[in-house]
Design a protein around this ligand. Sequence first.
Ligand code: CAA
Length: 247
Amino acid sequence: MTQRVALVTGAMGGLGTAICQELAKAGHKVVASYHPQFDNKDAWLAEMAEAGFKDFVCVAGDVSSLEDCQKMVAEAEAACGQVDILINNAGITRDRMFAKMERDGWDAVIATNLTSLFNMTKQVSAKMAERGWGRIVNISSVNGVKGQAGQTNYSAAKAGVIGFSKALAAELAAKGVTVNVICPGYVATKMVMAIKPEVLQSIIDTVPMKRLAKPEEIGGACAYLASDLAAFMTGATMNINGGLYYQ
Ligand code: CAA
């Protein structure tokens, strides 16, 4: 297979880590983008090396900042060459019932989960189109499709991710660049474990498979969408949610 350069945002989180590993297993050179305030980079790299992933290149920046995204992609290109695969995975939650939600919780989630797609994709999409090959995979959520009480901000941003991806897929379809969405259900990561245990249990009870997803079950789908085999798939939304919700 052809080795390509894959940049993953939110790379050091639960889902991001699995995505990096699955892309590396598929033979790609992985650039791990992480928030500068994340202070466990060295420990993460050591853990990855221990698990057999020794070649990750790291770039630091806030995906809600256009300037940071320009800088991260420039660093990735300098270290590894042009970015062929972009996985927009970085995301946050600020869950509150709408009655109690303040503008800062709204703005933070829209900026990190949605505006980040403009900021990052802008740095790579035209160059992918010029080269005639590219893969963009955007991580949305089951809650962007079905809506979730306590997540008006997150559900709005994640629904926006789907709209963005369909529109860009149409613009780039003839240029060899695909844009697809993965909507994970509840995955066993720190973000989900932050839900109060009784609330989380009530959510798991509603999942037909009665369990959380394993991060690699999402990472594997990313690797597929980034592959040559997925060349005819664009503008698509992949639901990976244990049967929780179908479109
Ligand atoms: N539907 C409708 N109403 C609900 C509800 C639901 N699912 N859950 C709670 N409520 C109601 C309660 O009945 C209660 O109503 P009353 O005040 O009339 O009695 C009210 O909401 C409680 O509101 P509070 O603001 O006082 O509740 P809280 O502060 O204790 O908790 C919350 C609010 C933090 C949003 C909590 O409900 C929660 O964590 N919910 C889960 C949200 C969720 O699923 N987040 C997913 C995070 S993981 C992720 O996002 C990854 C992914 O992509 C899947």
